[in-house]
Design a protein around this ligand. Structure first.
Ligand code: HEM
Ligand code: PLO
Length: 497
């Protein structure tokens, strides 16, 4: 950074004490669109006050690269927010915890646990293929009637995460599954990304029904998690971990010391290490992140396919040529399915589930675009603006998967495409998510054609910004493709281990 005190100050939106720049943010537009529009008036890099907090908004790839990659460590902090502090027991998770040495080793443990039995082993693939199978039966049961794909997709991805995290699988209608889906929905509705409670910390001192509901959902979540944890502690054998919870329990550092001495040690022993709270919060987070992001991406994908039947047809043609209909697609087919990958990428470009990422915070005095940035400044990276920037994408508003392919039909990935973020805070679930998306999309499109429900308008493509950017509810009809009209469930999955 070659910045000097004579830097031109960043343009800053007008603001009032306590309310911050609320006047400029008011309106019906979701935050990511409003922040981009303000960029046309204030320039690509500007500041505003979110409540009392000075916040810099980054709308261009060049500046995002500085924040996430070039000076990634300097901007790797996270602000404390009222809702996420409650959700994570004061930052004992990965996503909302500040950048500390403990966080680093915790994040490394989580990444290792993911690799140990997700990627690399066939286990994760089998879990996902099983869920795809059940989902297909669910959809088949609609028998050509209009269905809302949301609930069956949500059940399917919840089942994947439950197997992965606790080795539980549920039949439809299982009360535990229902309670998981309910508390999750409650948390999603009450942790609005950049919601009022997080912007105005003093709001927590007033009666606040949203915060009360969040607390209730957290209670339900904690009861379930504690039950799973106790079961796992009893059955943990010290051999290969069966699931993420096993792997995390083995990786704990905070309690191990105490265990070695034969008695449960004083709390002070656990303070510096990864303790039971970290294990619980990580399991909860893998769970929440795994469910919300994947189901939302799949819902966007189906919505875009309804608008673009020619794209759906081309994916199916590719699948027919590469996989046929005698077996389910597996990861080993992926290399030969570039068009399918380009469709998934285009969905994540045009509707990123996390359009302003999670807020970052400057850990030291640093700089962006030659402007110096003080320690403690919050930074919002507007991924939406980057993914829709006409400087980097032609006709960015159009859904065109071919932009991710070259003339020979081989994959190309522009560096300004970053649906998972980048740098020290990049998504830890990226490869898990990519595997899941691939298996779900290929499995569904091999067997079914999705079309608009007759007499119902096409899905709205604007979406609503909550904790993630979600499409509004819609319905569609599911038709089995030739060769798949019979009963499901008798497919030869082949050997995948
Ligand atoms: C963080 C995207 C799936 C776990 C993030 C971030 C993004 C993202 C944009 C924030 C990066 C930043 O703040 O700079 C996605 C997308 C997904 C997906 C698009 C799927 C389509 C998953 C899954 C998991 C997961 C399946 C776990 C099972 C996390 C965690 C973080 C994170 C723990 C926090 C990382 C940190 O703060 O260090 N993800 N994610 N994500 N994601 Fe994902
Ligand atoms: C979703 C609701 C869950 O009950 C709790 C939860 C945990 C992790 C969050 C996730 C929610 C929403 C999506 C988030 C994820 C961490 C990373 C991911 C914010 C709140 C993204 C897309 O950034």
């Amino acid at each position: 950074g070659h910045h000097s005190p004579s830097d031109p100050p960043l343009p800053c939106l007008p603001s009032l004490p306590l309310l911050g720049s609320l006047m400029s943010l008011r309106g019906d537009q979701p935050l990511h669109l409003r922040l981009r529009e303000l960029g046309t008036r204030y320039g690509p890099l500007y500041a505003l006050y979110l409540g009392p907090y000075y916040t810099v908004v980054v709308n261009s790839y060049q500046h995002a690269r500085e924040v996430l990659l070039v000076r990634g460590k300097e901007f790797a902090g996270r602000p404390k927010m009222v809702t996420t502090e409650l959700l994570t027991r004061g930052g004992k998770d990965i996503a909302f915890s500040d950048y500390t040495p403990l966080w680093k080793s915790h994040r490394r443990l989580v990444q290792n646990s993911f690799t140990r039995f997700g990627e690399g082993t066939g286990r994760l693939q089998n879990i996902v293929l099983e869920a795809v199978e059940v989902l297909c039966c669910d959809l088949q049961a609609s028998r050509g009637q209009a269905v809302d794909p949301g609930p069956p997709l949500m059940r399917a991805v919840t089942n994947v995460v439950c197997s992965l995290v606790f080795s539980s699988t549920y039949q439809p209608g299982d009360p535990e599954l229902t309670s998981v889906m309910e508390y999750n929905e409650g948390i999603v509705q009450t942790i609005v990304n950049g919601g009022l409670v997080d912007i105005y910390p003093w709001l927590r001192f007033f009666p606040n029904p949203t915060l009360d509901r969040l607390k209730d959902c957290i209670k339900v979540r904690d009861t379930l998690l504690n039950k799973k944890l106790e079961e796992h502690k009893v059955s943990l054998s010290g051999g290969e971990p069966r699931d993420l919870l096993d792997a995390l329990l083995e990786g704990q550092t905070g309690v191990k010391q105490a265990r070695g001495s034969g008695v449960k040690g004083p709390r002070s022993l656990e303070v510096e290490g990864i303790c039971e709270d970290h294990v619980l919060m990580t399991a909860a987070e893998a769970f929440g992140a795994g469910v919300e992001t994947t189901s939302t991406t799949l819902l966007w994908l189906l919505a875009f396919l309804l608008h673009h039947p020619e794209v759906q047809g081309r994916v199916q043609k590719e699948l027919d040529e590469v996989v046929g209909c005698g077996r389910s697609p597996t990861v080993s087919d992926r290399a030969l399915l570039p068009y399918l990958d380009s469709v998934i990428n285009e969905v994540m470009r045009i509707r990123p589930v996390s359009p302003v990422l999670i807020p970052h915070i400057a850990l030291t005095t640093s700089s962006i675009g030659g402007h110096s940035i003080c320690k403690g400044t919050r930074v919002l990276v507007n991924l939406w603006a980057i993914h829709h920037d006409p400087e980097h994408w032609d006709t960015p508003e159009d859904f065109r998967p071919e932009r991710f392919l070259d003339n020979e039909g081989q994959r190309v990935t522009p560096s300004c495409f970053m649906p998972f973020g980048a740098g020290p805070r990049v998504c830890v679930g990226e490869s898990l998510a990519r595997l899941e998306l691939f298996l779900f999309v290929s499995g569904l499109l091999q067997r079914f054609t999705f079309s608009p429900a007759p007499g119902v308008s096409l899905p709205d493509l604007q979406g609503r910004l909550g904790v993630v950017l979600q499409p509004l509810r819609y319905s569609l009809t599911v038709t089995a493709r030739p060769g798949w009209e019979g009963e499901m469930g008798e497919v030869d999955k082949g050997e995948v281990d």
